[in-house]
Design a protein around this ligand. Structure first.
Ligand code: FES
Length: 193
């Protein structure tokens, strides 16, 4: 790292993206040390000009977490897991719906995962899965219900945002959580509590 004063010029997201696109500078070693969460990289500002200089920038990425085996899932039997951390509102469920769903993985694209915190006021949705409608809810506080076949969109109730969907990847029989589509209730940023 250089001794650049960060206050001179904090890089914008666009500048970071452009610099990273130019491969500036995440070494494989640093990426592995960071565990795929937060990585400090050096980026070149104003490349190819007399004002070019290197500055540090932090890039935060979602962790890649092994959450289960495809072969162990039983239809309509949710399995709980935490993601992206162990903090508040990090409880989620993965379920094999038996019908194709948006964002679903597996041969039938019917395996999906969602956060358990109602997007209205954080009501707990654990234990509210309904196999007949492939939905989560009704929320015990104000009855919001979410459609798990359509990215957690609201079916009814007081909420106005879809339930955050956990992005999944399948590698052989292993299922990994790799990101979140939507903002978890109670967080300004999914990755920072
Ligand atoms: S907290 Fe769930 S509907 Fe209000």
């Amino acid at each position: 790292m250089t001794d650049t004063n960060l206050n001179d010029h904090m890089p914008t997201r666009k500048e970071v993206a452009r610099a990273v696109g130019h491969k500036c500078l995440v070494s494989r070693r640093n990426f592995l040390i960071a565990g795929g969460v937060t990585t400090t990289v050096m980026i070149t500002m104003n490349p190819g000009t007399p004002l070019a200089k290197e500055v540090p920038a932090s890039i935060t990425t979602y962790p890649r977490k092994l959450i289960g085996k495809l072969s162990s899932l039983r239809q309509d039997e949710p399995v709980d897991f935490t993601y992206p951390d162990e903090g508040a509102y990090s409880d989620n469920m993965i379920v094999k719906l038996g019908v194709e769903a948006g964002g679903g993985i597996g041969p039938k694209r019917d395996v999906v995962a969602f956060n358990y915190a109602c997007t209205h006021q954080g009501g707990p949705l654990a234990g509210s899965y309904k196999a007949d409608t492939k939905s989560l809810g009704a929320c015990p506080l104000h009855l919001s219900t979410y459609d798990l076949t359509r990215h957690g969109i609201l079916i009814s109730g007081q909420a106005y945002q879809s339930l955050p969907q956990i992005l999944l990847e399948l590698e052989g029989d292993d299922i990994y959580a790799t990101g979140i589509f939507g903002l978890i209730y109670g967080r300004m940023d999914n990755l920072h509590g």
